[in-house]
Design a protein. Structure first.
Length: 370
């Protein structure tokens, strides 16, 4: 039994080397650990939580596997309670890892900055039931201030701003899936502000005179990588027009080449023909915003970059980690599960980033003096 456990122990050492150095202290500070009944130490608790969250096992299967491997001996009910209590611990670890990735999580004059997103979860098993989770994360704390689980089918269950509560003076970051005149109007009527990646097909832009905005012409004025453009634009929604800004930055040559290759792969895979203007749009990052003009185009683009980093973590998660058994019992356990998934994604990113620099013995030493 000891020999069989060695590879697992070695893999765990590698994983632990990726954690923030104060991860054990955070377990106590956040209240995730008050006593260790059923767990030998904080490491055993984390290993058990990651079995459930990272591997997608049900609570019952998790505790069976944890007991068989000698990691922990608890009931599925006890594990659910531990998951609930670990919400703040998992969140704080995610914040630490995002900061390590270079994300600027400094507060911005106390404004209520929120990142909206949604993803589809397919439950394991014969039925493979699908659920859509909508969530909102506050920046910089990453606190989940809204979490809703709904079926993927049926009217009103798609991605939309209307799925979220929006309050006056909210500053909302969203991806291009939320581009629609009706969605822009919904946020504006609530006296909130939004920033979203432009979907040119779903969000037509107009000039102040009401004529179609000459997007290609404006983009041609940004021939060099890193150049930033900013123009006033109009979104025409039912019963109201919304004035905003289009903030654009030209990508690096490498990023442009990768974007064009992606279009080519899509054409080959689906046998489609891409519009000529789409090839040009792929050379830029274009963001529509109703943020006040006191926030410069550079600041707007930096905020989008932060939201994009969070989105990338979830995209990697969806491709590399099975989402598995989503707790639908209460908001607290669901939020903890969400933070656990984000933690897995961020650890995966960190492993990929530093993998080239691993030492010959396969893991990193902690500097106890740090």
């Amino acid at each position: 039994m000891e020999d069989a456990a060695l590879p697992l122990d070695e893999n765990w050492k590698i994983l632990v080397s990726l954690f923030p150095k104060d991860w054990v202290a955070q377990a106590w500070e956040t209240g995730a650990v008050e006593r260790l009944r059923g767990f030998g130490d904080e490491s055993a608790l984390m290993r058990t939580l990651l079995l459930h969250v990272g591997r997608g096992y049900s609570l019952r299967e998790t505790v069976v596997r944890a007991k068989a491997s000698g990691v922990a001996e608890v009931s599925d009910v006890a594990l659910m309670k531990r998951l609930r209590k670990s919400e703040e611990w998992l969140r704080s670890l995610c914040v630490s890892l995002l900061q390590e990735n270079g994300a600027d999580l400094e507060s911005e004059n106390g404004i209520n900055l929120r990142a909206f997103d949604a993803t589809v979860v397919t439950e394991p098993g014969k039925t493979g039931s699908q659920w859509r989770i909508h969530y909102s994360l506050r920046i910089p704390s990453l606190k989940c201030d809204f979490f809703k689980i709904s079926p993927t089918v049926g009217d009103g269950n798609g991605e939309s701003f209307k799925r979220f509560p929006v309050k006056e003076n909210d500053f909302i970051l969203a991806d291009r899936g939320y581009c629609s005149p009706a969605g822009v109007a919904y946020v504006t009527k609530a006296r909130a502000h939004l920033l979203l990646r432009l979907n040119t097909g779903a969000l037509p832009l107009f000039s102040a005179a009401g004529k179609p905005f000459p997007l290609l012409q404006r983009l041609s004025s940004l021939p060099d990588s890193g150049q930033i453009g900013e123009w006033d634009v109009l979104v025409c929604a039912p019963k109201m027009d919304v004035t905003g800004r289009l903030c654009v930055i030209r990508k690096s040559q490498h990023a442009i080449e990768e974007a064009l290759k992606k279009i080519q792969r899509q054409e080959t895979k689906h046998g489609t023909h891409t519009k000529e203007e789409t090839w040009e749009y792929a050379k830029y990052v274009m963001v529509y915003t109703t943020f006040p003009k006191t926030y410069t185009a550079l600041k707007v683009l930096e905020w989008y970059r932060l939201r994009w980093q969070i989105e990338l973590a979830f995209k990697r998660l969806k491709s590399l980690a099975q989402l598995g058994h989503l707790p639908k019992y209460d908001d607290e356990s669901s939020r903890a599960w969400l933070y656990g998934k984000l933690l897995v994604a961020l650890l995966t990113e960190k492993l990929a980033r530093i993998g080239r620099d691993f030492s010959p013995w396969g893991y990193l030493f902690r500097d106890e003096r740090a």
